[in-house]
Write a protein of this length. Structure first.
Lengths: 378, 317, 346
């Protein structure tokens, strides 16, 4: 596998689309002045035998053309359910109970399943978590990409195959690997194939759910670089769902931090990551080992996320928050915006300065001395 | 591509999310299924018949104690008619349940014990031992069971003798049948258990046991066996059904014991007096229906168990 | 009592590839997977040595050899001054197993679902041939559970794995490794299957235990950032060989092997690129070749941006580059430093 692991550079020039408005016709009902995607107060509920779970509870955000939004949070915070709600691929026991999902200004929530087909895969597509392991083991990869193209776009098999070959090249899979079976490809290649499938109908938005989990770090870097390149070349907008904040830091323009089904903080990545406001954001950031930091620290967030069947009153993070005040366990904090960063925390009420309040963080974890060279690489 | 049934997202509390089927509460889950319930009810009924036939219909009638008219249909006093010796068919059928079921049970025990033991050892130890054992198993799988059974029964009868001595209430002559069924049926059990053992062998908890110093015997006993028990039980149920059928067939061709008639033996007797030709349906219908019911019941329960333990179900929770 | 607790010399683990029935029966092989291909490693008493590598690097296999789960094909294993390479049976092996333990990666798989927590933790005591009374055993189990943070121990001991969360299960695994009072603990990706917010607790626990009990860790991970935070020394493996080894600060801040350097440059960080002065990323092309087809010469040369003629032909040994650091690269022979890597982050 030595030569074959070299990835093919794209030689066929793909028509570069301007970062911004796309050049193919919008759906008839579209409002050209509306943002690409606007989610308002989305609430999705699961009907479990033990009770209803509001996996997504009043989440709002917006995605502009050519933007990459990262949705971050631990498992159980509702990020995957949010993504599935956008394309309405929810399991049978889940429904969107309120809120709107406006694509080009068109609300998708009230649309019937049939009507939604016009949008799913054609305007928004999704790469599911672990999908690279769910490829059909007895079908060649290029056929697995061509088949849905043929179905969804109603084109001839030959046209579908041609498009599949284009897509494989676009994602950097060498031509001869296209005829391989999934088990013959590495994890990175398979993930590229999944991305190719998601791009099949030339969507405006691609949602990636944990796109690089389970991949080696070098392969992860390759995939993220690929996504960046696709954004440039195709004018693609991305929504990346992940618990790994570093992926969001590297790739996304904006970040939405979720906790227990609600939005904790949202804003441009540089702002939120360098001056986090919400205590959860701060703790989450400090729980990641940072290879570029001087101090070798690793923080702990004590406790565990709440049971969404019986969420705590007031702010859901209050039981674990080191800066919790009495009001936190009584009143749900409203979302307030400061300098383009939206935060839902009683430490930052409307009208306050919005200065980040630092959360006490952990002391260094190892007894090792700090870097004698002194300076960080940043 | 379809969305997952329940995103990992929602099941935040992973204590409530078993990663694989631990076979917990098998009886509980079993009785929730209507098919299993029906099967269990039927088997329970026959178990009652088999355990205490004397209490229900009195001792097994013989040519001497027979008091009914010969070969007559159902009538007052003889709800299922009589055979050619004047014996009450109900009495014979109920006693035959004991014989058929006990033979089936003993044969199943032999089959499952041999099959599970060899399956676990073969699968776990591997190597040349596995090779040899599986070739032997293949031999028994390939040879027509029935032919082998007939041959072996005669041979074993010669060795063991078919006298009046009893073991577990079964005369020696029939013990041969039990042994033969055991010999000819163990191999499919062994293969099934071996298969499961092979996959268990690769599990991390077996590695861990090795690292703390456990030897193969300990690992097979404490780690492999408890995890194949469910499979053994499911398999045993189906083996039981097969054993009853095999015994029936062997008795039907004359290897049964008229002094301890099983259902198959009754069918043989019916054939000998040409009951079908004479229209004496009461002679062969009761044993025949009993066989069908019992085998059907076992199949229902076995199928339900199989369903519950099916790996596909493991992801559903 | 030497300062070196464990030493590996020229360790090789090769697995034959057998395809087809004939090969299996006749014992022939069509090729060899060189999972570990000659490594020299020493772990000092009391240190945390991180063995870092991507999948296919051989790090897990190395860990398995150390706990004698996998047999080495060649090379020597020395523990506390004694050669244990051929120790595969007997009381000496039992003694070794008491002193060297492992924490596995998957807390859901390491526990037998049919076994209670107490039985799991007690198993080393039962199997190790000790002569403990039931009460003594229960007491040791309770102590081990408590040092792993599972209190009250007696309540946990009777539970089954499915009743515990992932973090709790991993603590049980740790307790099971500690119950014999080992000296060396191999931790194979101990937190990679746990939620991010739980990881830190477990790692802190492991480090506290090191302080309290004087443990030595061989910490196997694919996450260089984690190694940075935890380890005293880091060894970077690629395709069965150690590419670089040294104190954590030196290996991360001043790598002397192009692979290490590329790995550090792409290691994920929560410092966003636009907020100033991030090091340029060197994203390697292609993926790690499989261990059945190891390149000639320096095994990294097909993907190395600095490869030259000698690299294709001859495999470099580990050169000492000072400050306790060593790297296997012809460019650093004689203690030189690496030139700057061309950035390829697209």
């Amino acid at each position: 596998m030595t030569d074959e692991t070299q990835l093919a550079p794209t030689t066929t020039p793909v028509t570069p689309r301007a970062l911004g408005r796309r050049q193919w016709p919008l759906p008839k009902l579209a409002d050209p002045a509306a943002p690409l995607l606007e989610v308002d107060n989305l609430t999705t509920q699961f009907a479990l035998p033990s009770g209803a779970v509001h996996a997504v509870d009043g989440v709002s955000f917006r995605l502009d053309y050519g933007e990459a939004l990262g949705i971050a949070g631990e498992s159980g915070c509702g990020k995957t359910t949010t993504a599935l709600s956008l394309v309405r691929l929810l399991p049978a026991n889940a429904r969107i109970t309120s809120g709107s999902v406006r694509l080009y200004g068109i609300d998708l929530v009230p649309k019937s399943e049939n009507a939604l087909r016009r949008y799913r895969w054609r305007e928004i597509s999704i790469v599911f978590q672990g999908a690279m392991n769910a490829l059909n083991p007895v079908q060649r990869v290029q056929d697995q990409i061509a088949e849905p193209i043929q179905e969804r776009l109603s084109v001839s098999p030959r046209a579908a195959r041609k498009r599949a070959a284009e897509l494989l090249e676009l994602v950097g899979i060498p031509k001869k690997r296209g005829s391989a079976y999934p088990h013959e490809l590495s994890g990175g290649m398979r993930q590229r194939a999944m991305i190719a499938m998601a791009l099949a109908c030339d969507p405006a938005i691609v949602i990636g759910d944990e796109p690089t989990t389970a991949l080696d770090v070098m392969v992860q870097a390759q995939i993220l670089a690929l996504l960046e390149r696709l954004r440039d070349q195709l004018g693609l907008s991305l929504i990346l769902i992940t618990h790994d904040l570093s992926v969001i830091a590297e790739t996304c323009d904006r970040v939405l931090v979720m906790y227990a089904g609600k939005v904790a903080e949202e804003g441009p990545v540089p702002d939120v990551f360098t001056r986090p406001r919400h205590p959860y954001t701060q703790k989450l950031l400090s729980a990641f080992p940072n290879i570029r930091a001087d101090r070798r620290t690793l923080d702990v967030i004590p406790g565990s996320p709440p049971d969404l069947r019986t969420p705590p009153p007031g702010c859901r993070f209050a039981p674990r928050c080191p800066l919790a005040m009495p009001v936190c366990s009584q009143v749900v904090p409203p979302e307030v915006t400061f300098d383009g960063v939206r935060v839902a925390c009683h430490l930052y009420p409307a009208g306050s300065s919005g200065q980040p309040v630092p959360v006490p963080l952990a002391p260094p974890i190892a007894a090792a001395a700090p870097d004698p060279a002194g300076e960080s690489v940043a | 591509m379809t969305a997952p049934t329940l995103p990992a997202d929602v099941l935040r509390d992973d204590a409530a999310r078993p990663r694989f089927d631990t076979g917990r509460n098998l009886p509980g889950r079993l009785v929730r299924r209507p098919d299993a319930l029906i099967g269990l009810a039927i088997l329970a009924a026959f178990a009652v018949l088999a355990i205490a036939p004397d209490l229900l219909v009195g001792p097994l009638q013989t040519a001497i104690t027979a008091e009914g008219p010969r070969l007559r249909g159902p009538m007052p006093g003889f709800p299922l008619g009589t055979d050619e010796l004047g014996r009450d068919m109900l009495n014979l059928t109920v006693h035959a349940s004991r014989i058929s079921m006990v033979i089936g049970l003993l044969a199943t025990i032999i089959t499952v014990v041999i099959g599970a033991l060899l399956g676990v050892v073969s699968g776990f130890v591997g190597g040349w031992l596995d090779g040899i054992l599986m070739r032997i198993a293949d031999f028994f799988l390939v040879i027509p069971t029935f032919v082998l059974a007939i041959i072996l029964t005669s041979i074993i009868r010669d060795v063991v003798g078919s006298g009046a001595r009893e073991v577990f209430g079964i005369r020696f002559g029939l013990i041969a049948i039990i042994i033969v069924i055991g010999i000819t049926s163990w191999s499919s059990t062994a293969r099934i258990i071996r298969s499961q053992t092979l996959s268990l062998r690769e599990r991390a908890f077996v590695d861990r046991a090795r690292v703390v110093g456990a030897g193969p015997g300990y690992i097979m006993r404490r780690h492999i066996l408890p995890n194949v028990i469910n499979l053994i039980v499911a398999n045993a149920v189906l083996v039981f059904a097969g054993a009853v059928l095999t015994e029936t067939t062997l008795s039907f061709v004359g290897l049964g014991d008229p002094f301890q008639p099983s259902w198959g033996q009754l069918l043989d007797a019916a054939r000998e007096v040409d009951a079908p030709g004479l229209g004496a349906w009461w002679y062969f219908a009761p044993p025949g229906i009993c066989i069908v019911l019992v085998v059907f019941a076992f199949t229902l329960v076995g199928g339900a168990l199989d369903d519950i333990l099916n790996p596909k179900r493991r992801q559903r929770r | 009592m030497t300062d070196e607790l464990l030493r590996l010399d020229g360790l090789k683990v090769h697995f034959p590839i057998r395809s087809g029935a004939f090969d299996t029966v006749l014992g022939r092989s069509t090729g060899v997977v060189r999972a570990v291909d000659g490594i020299d490693l020493a772990i000092r008493r009391g240190e945390v040595l991180a063995l870092v590598g991507e999948s296919g690097s051989g790090k897990t296999t190395t860990g398995r050899v150390v706990v004698k789960l996998t047999r080495q094909t060649a090379g020597r294993v020395t523990f506390d001054g004694r050669d244990v390479s051929h120790l595969w049976a007997g009381p000496s092996l039992r003694e070794y197993r008491r002193r060297v333990q492992i924490i596995f990666q998957d807390p859901y798989e390491t526990l037998n679902p049919k076994q209670t927590i107490g039985d799991f933790v007690a198993e080393p005591l039962v199997v190790g041939g000790g002569r403990l009374t039931v009460r003594d055993r229960a007491a040791k189990v309770a102590r081990a559970l408590e040092s792993a943070g599972l209190r009250p121990a007696d309540q946990f001991a009777t539970r089954y794995p499915h009743e515990l969360s992932g973090g709790q299960r991993q603590r049980v695994v740790i307790a099971g490794a500690l119950v014999m009072d080992p000296e060396l603990v191999v931790a194979d990706e101990p937190v990679s299957m746990l939620d991010v917010s739980i990881r830190t607790e477990l790692l802190r626990l492991m480090l506290e235990l090191r302080e309290a009990r004087g443990l030595t860790y061989l910490f196997i991970t694919h996450d260089l950032s984690l190694a940075w935070v935890l380890a005293d020394r880091i060894a970077v493996m690629y395709l069965g060989k150690v590419m670089e080894i040294g104190p954590a600060e030196r290996v991360i801040r001043d790598p002397h092997n192009p692979y290490t350097k590329a790995l550090v440059s792409v290691s994920p960080t929560t410092t966003p690129p636009s907020s100033g002065g991030r090091t340029r990323r060197t994203i390697l092309v292609g993926e790690t070749p499989d261990a059945a087809h190891v390149p000639t010469g320096c095994r990294f040369h097909p993907r190395c941006p600095l490869a030259f003629e000698r690299c294709r032909v001859e495999e470099p040994p580990l050169f000492d580059v000072g400050a306790g650091q060593a790297a296997a690269c012809w460019l650093v022979e004689g203690g030189r430093s690496l030139p700057v890597l061309p950035p390829t982050g697209q």
